[in-house]
Design a protein around this ligand. Structure first.
Ligand SMILES: Cc1ncc(COP(=O)(O)O)c(C=O)c1O
Length: 428
């Protein structure tokens, strides 16, 4: 079998400088992942680049290796030039989200049923305070974004897992069973839906979400949908906002421009209430909306209003990165199972076939100097997995997989098949 075609293996340090993308067509945004060299990125002071030493390739935390979208950079530099660094006002952000949601997803959300919150996780905490009490259960679909456990636990709520089913889909029977158990005593319960799902990249279908809504209605479970990754769904794949699904009137959604425009350092998010949750949202204490920073609100508003063409360039590139990773793994690490799901830029790698134990990310870090997120932090179903961040240049992704393959080969257990090499792809 022919090896999968891949880009030449060039040291990431040799990457072209900004603006040098030969594929950039007139009228299109250039590929944002080809604008910054690894040397540029290593000058960043954010967590992705400062937690590990400089010999480690960081493909772990959900930051993107892109410059700011031009409209976002313009909004921020204009504010800095003006000294416009006072307190935030909410209206324009909610309206910008409403316009973006209508344009992209046909979702006509009511801007008056939105509230500014400091960020998505703090927004989830505040919404959970409105609809649950101390010790109440909050259902999650493991493996899932680790802070769902951390923030919910810190709030004094009880996290209950309803693990994803085959193919990383929400399992309706497990969900029904879990809803039945947690509501058996007649108490309040919430369900924290991750849509699209981090870490698997699953994009829930309209039918799946309708099933979720029906189950939540049957058992009286309040749904909070974390839709922070929603703008990052692959071209041609529909994203269905939870609040557009029939039967979701009493639900909440949390959104922001944070993931899609790489604005985690400029905090601001929005909570959106369905019509039946408007009274709950009205109980949100006004001080919660003092949390987002004015610069964050300006940046997120500009992204949603004017950042569409830039986002489209990101989505095209991410599609190519998923294919690149599939080919690289087939050639170099055929023992890894990976399904290129269309949501977000996170790749969920099942490394159990490599025989590296419960924490393959530790082996890749120690022996390959590549930082991935260890799978076990995502809860039940995460052991033996690792999450790889595809929001990097093709050269960095390529180098990372070569390093991972070398690490797996170096630690191969005696008698076990080699981790990679020139053998045929495993068909994942
Ligand atoms: C599913 C999910 N929710 C929330 C967040 C964090 O969002 P924020 O920084 O706005 O709290 C992330 C970050 O990666 C995420 O993946």
């Amino acid at each position: 079998m022919e090896p999968t075609p891949q880009p030449p293996r060039r040291a990431p340090e040799d990457r072209p400088r900004p603006g040098a993308d030969p594929d950039a067509a007139p009228g299109h945004c250039p590929d944002p992942f080809r604008e910054l060299s690894l040397a540029d990125l290593r000058r960043r002071a954010s967590a992705k680049w400062r937690v590990y030493p400089p010999d480690v390739l960081p493909l772990w935390i959900a930051e993107m290796d892109v410059p700011l979208a031009e409209p976002v950079a313009r909004a921020l530099t204009e504010a800095v030039a003006l000294g416009d660094t006072g307190y935030a006002v909410g209206g324009p952000y909610g309206k910008a989200l409403a316009a973006f949601a209508a344009d992209r997803w046909g979702w006509h959300l009511a801007a008056e049923r939105t509230a500014m919150v400091p960020d998505v996780m703090q927004g989830i905490v505040e919404v959970l305070k409105l609809i649950t009490g101390p010790g109440d259960p909050v259902v999650v679909n493991s493996p899932v974004y680790e802070p769902f456990y951390l923030f919910t636990g810190h709030l004094g709520r009880r996290v209950v897992e309803a693990p994803l089913g085959p193919g990383h889909r929400v399992d309706p029977e497990r969900l029904a069973d879990t809803f039945r158990r947690v509501t058996a005593g007649g108490g309040r319960a919430a369900y924290l839906l991750c849509s699209p799902h981090n870490p698997t990249g699953t994009v829930h279908t309209a039918e799946e979400l309708a099933t979720v809504a029906a189950l939540a209605g049957r058992y009286g479970v309040r749904v909070v949908a974390d839709e922070i990754h929603a703008p990052l769904v692959a071209p041609g794949v529909p994203f269905v906002p939870y609040l557009t699904v029939p039967g979701t009137e009493d639900a909440f959604a949390l959104l922001s421009a944070s993931k899609a425009w790489n604005l985690a350092g400029a905090k601001a998010a929005l909570a959106v209430a369905g019509p039946g949750a408007a009274a709950d949202l009205a109980r949100l204490p006004p001080e919660v909306s003092h949390g987002p920073s004015h610069l964050g609100v300006l940046a997120h508003t500009a992204a949603l209003r004017e950042g569409g063409p830039w986002l489209d360039a990101v989505l095209r590139a991410l599609d190519a990165h998923r294919k690149l990773l599939t080919g690289l793994l087939a050639e170099r690490l055929p023992g890894v199972r990976y399904t290129a799901e269309p949501g977000t830029y996170l790749a969920w790698l099942d490394c159990r076939g490599l025989g590296l134990g419960d924490d393959p990310a530790a082996v890749f870090l120690e022996h390959g100097r590549v930082a991935l997120t260890p799978g076990h932090v995502f809860g039940t179903g995460g052991a033996g997995h690792a999450r790889l961040n595809l929001a990097a240049s093709p050269e960095v992704i390529t180098e990372a997989v070569h390093r991972m393959a070398a690490a797996a080969e170096a630690t191969a257990a005696p008698g076990r098949a080699p981790a990679g090499g020139s053998g045929p792809p495993s068909g994942h």
